[in-house]
Ligand binder design. Structure first.
Ligand code: SDX
Length: 429
């Protein structure tokens, strides 16, 4: 639905009686945006919006979310249609280039990625330098930052060809690095990629040392599609803010991975599994729901709530169905865990607190059940998210760097510290 009301400017009357007109930008979809840049220069005021709940940091043509309707579009296509009909690499091409690929374009894209599908010795050494018990996200941040050490001098971020090569490299290398991290943590020899396997089958082969059932590879490929991008989430905004200084793109990517690790963001999928194991049985659900509602208790229901979705996360709906189908197909022992998750969901969604706070399951609530059924260790869950989100990060980075109006991101603040005071020598304090 496009915006019908064409408001082109708003008037703002300041305390000093001065009036300024603020332009209003009309997007293709979603809320219009009041341009507040003149606030400081004209009024000497700043807008205060901690967490950026009402602040658009940029214009973007990549992904659109409608939180009220639970709608998610990648380059205009509904996520459910892409999830049903497309492979992850088709979605990568769509996000990167703005259009779905034809067969020739898809084959050429696969060849481009294949050329980059190698693990650099220096990156391998970084991974192997970590104690095996290290958290894989710490290893991933360092390994991706090490790629800057390899490619920095050959990456001119103002050259579109170099930007495309970086994007293809990052997408190609992330699963190879992720699999190498898993192999190092489990004391196994690092497996090389095979050119005869699909992107996702290759990851599973490099991780488990042998090809896996097609149904497992298809489930993981679908999870990658669902996690590919999500507009200006915390990790993507981190990549954009870091990248706005002109830093090395792998350095910006490493910053995004660091942000994703947090349990309020991509780390939630790991936290959900730990929470379900802590709950353990249906008779303890009530206790944990009560804790989640208690403002004095820092416990939150992991996998619930979202800054934008005040309705069901469309991805969660698809993942729940996929989890059900996969567990049925695999006859997995994780049925009880999935059953517990569904009972927790229905209990929470009947509860006035969750209804009034518009807290629904998000993308992270069910994904861990699937990763576990595939044999992925719980510490690797957020690494899986990073593999998928790499295409989103590099696409947003490209969109930002290519923008001729790009300025370094530099927010202001409301200072609430000590007023000016004179220095007191040590002997007089
Ligand atoms: C992702 O941004 C994206 O697009 C992210 C993502 C993507 O694809 O990139 O979708 C991926 O990160 C999904 C979210 C994963 N995180 C979790 O599942 C962690 C649990 N969820 C919460 O921590 C929380 O819901 C957030 C972080 C997701 C959203 O936080 P907000 O928008 O800042 O909301 P808030 O913390 O201000 O909470 C508003 C109210 C509060 O109650 P009041 O003080 O107003 O009474 O809702 C409550 C909160 O206490 N609340 C919860 C809750 N989430 C919010 N209460 C219990 N359990 C929860 N999970």
């Amino acid at each position: 639905m496009t915006n019908q009301k064409q408001v082109n400017e708003l008037e703002l009357k300041g305390e000093n009686g001065k009036t300024i007109k603020l332009a209003v930008r009309q997007p293709v979809l979603g809320a219009p945006g009041m341009e507040i840049s003149p606030l400081f220069s004209e009024f000497g005021m700043v807008a205060y919006d901690p967490g950026f709940a009402s602040t658009a940091s940029c214009e973007s043509a990549i992904t659109y979310l409608d939180g009220a309707r639970g709608e998610l579009l990648f380059r205009g296509y509904p996520i459910a249609q892409l999830a049903e009909h497309c492979s992850f690499l088709e979605v990568c091409f769509l996000l990167l280039h703005g259009e779905l690929p034809n067969q020739a374009e898809l084959e050429a894209f696969k060849r481009d990625l294949g050329r980059e599908a190698v693990l650099e010795p220096s990156v391998r050494r970084v991974i192997e330098s970590f104690p095996v018990e290290s958290h894989p996200m710490a290893m991933l941040i360092s390994a991706v930052a090490a790629l800057a050490g390899v490619y920095h001098d050959s990456t001119d971020i103002h050259d579109p060809v170099a930007r495309t090569r970086f994007a293809n490299q990052a997408i190609a290398k992330m699963p190879i690095i992720a699999a190498a991290i898993h192999r190092h943590r489990t004391g196994q020899a690092i497996e090389s990629p095979r050119s005869d396997l699909s992107y996702t089958q290759n990851f599973l082969h490099m991780t488990f040392g042998s090809p896996v059932a097609d149904v497992s590879a298809q489930a993981l490929d679908l999870l990658f599609v669902l996690h590919a991008d999500h507009s200006q989430n915390a990790s993507t905004s981190t990549v954009r803010l870091a990248g706005s200084s002109g830093t090395d793109p792998y350095a910006a990517l490493a910053a995004g991975i660091a942000s994703l690790w947090g349990p309020a963001h991509g780390g939630a999928n790991e936290a959900v599994l730990r929470m379900l194991n802590e709950i353990g049985s249906a008779d303890r659900i009530e206790h944990f729901v009560a804790r989640a509602k208690d403002r004095n208790d820092p416990f939150r229901l992991m996998g619930f709530g979202h800054r934008v979705y005040k309705n069901y996360d469309p991805r969660a709906m698809i993942i729940r169905q996929m989890a059900h189908d996969l567990l049925q197909h695999l006859g997995s022992r994780d049925e009880p865990l999935f059953e517990l998750a569904m009972q927790l969901e229905s209990k929470a969604l009947e509860d006035e607190y969750f209804v009034s706070h518009k807290l629904y399951p998000n993308v992270d609530f069910y994904s861990g059940v699937i990763y576990r059924a595939l044999g992925i260790p719980v510490e690797m869950f957020t690494v899986m998210f990073a593999i998928a989100r790499t295409v989103g990060w590099v696409t947003h980075w490209q969109e930002m760097i290519a923008d001729p109006k790009l300025r370094i991101g530099r927010p202001r603040q409301l200072y609430i510290g000590a007023a000016r005071r004179e220095f007191v020598p040590l002997g007089q304090r």
